[in-house]
Structures are given as structure tokens and as C-alpha cells.
Design a protein. Structure first.
Length: 242
């Protein structure tokens, strides 16, 4: 039986499997960094049950969003979540392998790819969790996610992904010459601690040097959210990176 959770201070309801991959704050952070605007189209590759998708749709009600995931159960739950949040008209969810998925090009692509790949650790015995971590019949690599995003986004469109901070070098290498202008947004658990997540936002066919943006500290010393984090995690605001 699926369980119901809430994000954005209970503004968004999500059904998810009661075992396996869990929708977390990274999905909300990813949505906050996507520069989508009214009437634009967004593709969420590896969408899961729609954590990032519905967080973005809460902020930008006039976009059209498509989610793609390999797991049928995730797509079924994402479709149920569209009904729960009364957003059926704004989104569509499709079961497909992102390496083979085709569609008209999108203004923006977002992605929360697996943080672990099959060759780097022992697979989880939970099939859903193993797949979410990258253990698929033919493992999907970080490079595969980047290639799919490049193939499916319009010229001058953006690709935004969130990942572990220690994978930044791999991400930049994977982007290679396929993307140009790139913003890097580090996420720190607390002040004075190393970043443990990084958001990379890049544009196809735009050229400029990589920009390291100020980033975000998520927690105060007492464990509560910082004011900046609250605006994103509770109110659904976009990242302020100026």
C-alpha cells in the first residue's frame, strides 16, 4: 500500500511506495532552481512519484510538465498525485526509458539522478530502491542522463540537476561541450560544514564561463531551517541567487 507524505508545509500531497526510494527535500530544492516561467514546457526525467514536478507546479501553475520514469509503479503514483493536487490539466506522466524517450523539445529539463551507480556499491535487495539508485537492467549512467537532457531540451533551454557535492567534477565532465553557460549552487547542511549537495543549472547553446553562485545554508545550529531555506522548503519560492 502506498503511503501519503506532504511537502511544502503540506501544500503538496504525494503518494509514494511504503518501501524503496523516498521523496525528500532534494526534489523541492531542484524545483526551486528551475527557471521555468508561465506557458513554458518542462520535462522531469526520472520523475519518480513527482516530488520535484509538483513542487515546481505549485510555484508555476501555468507551465506544462511531462514526467518520465522507467518504473510503472512510480508513473501510476505520479498520475494519482496529479489528481490529489488537482493538477491533471498541467501535467502528463509517461513510463519510458529516458535513453529511448522521444517528444517535442522542451524549454527546460530537470533531473534528480541516482546518487549511486551499480558499479560503486552493493545493490539494495529492495528492487524499487535499487532501481532508483541506478541498478536497472542496463544501468543508466550520469552521462546517459545528461545526453537525454541535451537531446530533449530546446536551443537556449535549461537543464537543472541536483546531486551529491562530491560528484561535481563528474557532472562538469559529463556536460562536456553539450552545454554552455553553467551555474553552480552549493547546498550546505549548516554554516561551516562542507556542502553535501550541489545544484547545476546549465543552458544549451549559451556560452559563458562557469559561475559559482552564493548557494544556500539549510539549517541553523539548532537544526531548524534557515530563513532562506524556509522560503523554498515551506513556501515553494524559487532560489534567489543574486
Amino acid at each position: 500500500m502506498p503511503e501519503e507524505i506532504h511537502v511544502l508545509d503540506k501544500k503538496v500531497r504525494l503518494l509514494q511506495p511504503d518501501t524503496g526510494f523516498r521523496t525528500g527535500l532534494d526534489s523541492v530544492m531542484l524545483a526551486a532552481a528551475c527557471p521555468a516561467a508561465d506557458f513554458e514546457t518542462v520535462l522531469d526525467i526520472g520523475c519518480g512519484v513527482g516530488g520535484a514536478a509538483f513542487s515546481l507546479l505549485y510555484r508555476e501553475r501555468q507551465i506544462k510538465l511531462t514526467g518520465v520514469d522507467l518504473q510503472p509503479v512510480m508513473i501510476e503514483l505520479a498520475q494519482e498525485n496529479a489528481k490529489l493536487n488537482k493538477l491533471e490539466a498541467q501535467c502528463n506522466f509517461i513510463q519510458s526509458d529516458i535513453r529511448n524517450f522521444t517528444a517535442p523539445l522542451f524549454d527546460h529539463v530537470i533531473c534528480n539522478p541516482p546518487y549511486l551507480e551499480a558499479a560503486t556499491h552493493v545493490p539494495s535487495p529492495d528492487a524499487g530502491l535499487a532501481m532508483a539508485r541506478g541498478h536497472q537492467s542496463e544501468d543508466i549512467s550520469l552521462e546517459d542522463w545528461v545526453k537525454a537532457a541535451h537531446r530533449l531540451v530546446k536551443s537556449n533551454g535549461s537543464f537543472t540537476l541536483i546531486h551529491r557535492a562530491d560528484q561535481l567534477d563528474r557532472i562538469i565532465h559529463a556536460l562536456g561541450k553539450m552545454f554552455g553557460k553553467t551555474d553552480i549552487i552549493p547546498l550546505w547542511p549548516k554554516a561551516g560544514e562542507p556542502a553535501n549537495r550541489v545544484i547545476v543549472r546549465t543552458w544549451k547553446d549559451k556560452r559563458s564561463p562557469i559561475t559559482l553562485l552564493p548557494g544556500l545554508i539549510r539549517h541553523e545550529e539548532d537544526g531548524s531551517y534557515t530563513k532562506e531555506a524556509q522560503l523554498i522548503l515551506r513556501e515553494g519560492k524559487a532560489f534567489v541567487t543574486d
